[in-house]
Ligand binder design. Structure first.
Ligand code: AMP
Length: 211
């Protein structure tokens, strides 16, 4: 499968990507995770991206497009890939079209997960990531400060604080939402109510791909 996962921050893209990846055996490419790894390793890209990420703004297109181009050239993408958090602007979508054209790898579809702003704020202010294994935990359904899977420390992302979340949502609505119409016109968009159960959404995706 070659697909884009589109939706606001906190709409569940990463969660659905886990299910799709496990079933369809494709590479999960999260630009947010890649940027955070660059930040942690203090790479040149990480240093350039940090100021934008801290404030909830988008990292400039040219930095992101270069990073994605290198990633899509890796061998694990040959069997398929899920783009999570990319593209986020029309110029990124144009660059992706061009890149996939050159690679002769057309996209299968774009999954959109619709979720209201207040649901996102509630989800993200309660979201913690394990500093050891990366598992996501929702504190509304969890006691204590350690990961259920590995016992690692649960951490709250700096950009998951309410003021930054609201900025990220505003950026999504102005800069990323135009992609909905862009992919609708190409007849590639599959829309989901992102508040539905994870299992129901995944079952629908599986049905879609056996049609
Ligand atoms: P995410 O984990 O996808 O919410 O991304 C975290 C942050 O990384 C975003 O708020 C942006 O600052 C940056 N980022 C991730 N993906 C992109 C992208 N495709 N274009 C620009 N900035 C991005």
């Amino acid at each position: 499968m070659r697909a884009i996962l589109l939706g606001a921050p906190g709409s569940g893209k990463g969660t659905h990507a886990e299910d799709i990846k496990a079933h369809y055996n494709c590479a999960h490419i999260s630009t947010g995770d890649m940027l955070r790894a660059n930040l942690k390793d203090k790479t040149e890209l990480g240093k350039k991206a940090e100021i934008y990420m801290d404030s909830g703004a988008l990292v400039p297109d040219e930095l992101i497009i270069g990073m994605i181009e290198e990633r899509l050239a890796e061998s694990d993408c040959k069997i398929g890939f899920l783009l999570d958090g990319f593209p986020r602007t029309i110029p990124q979508a144009e660059a992706l079209d061009e890149l996939l054209g050159k690679m002769k790898c057309p996209l299968d579809c774009v999954f959109l997960f619709d979720v209201d702003n207040e649901v996102v704020v509630n989800r993200l202010t309660n979201r913690r990531t394990c500093g050891n294994c990366g598992k996501i935990t929702n504190m509304l359904y969890h006691n204590g400060e350690s990961c259920d899977d590995c016992g690692g420390p649960l951490q709250h992302r700096d950009d998951d604080k309410e003021d930054v979340i609201r900025k990220r949502l505003a950026v999504y609505h102005t800069q990323t939402e135009p992609l909905i119409e862009w992919y609708e016109k190409k007849k590639m968009l599959k829309r989901f109510d992102g508040t539905r159960d994870r299992e129901d959404i995944f079952n629908e995706i599986k049905v879609m791909f056996t049609e």
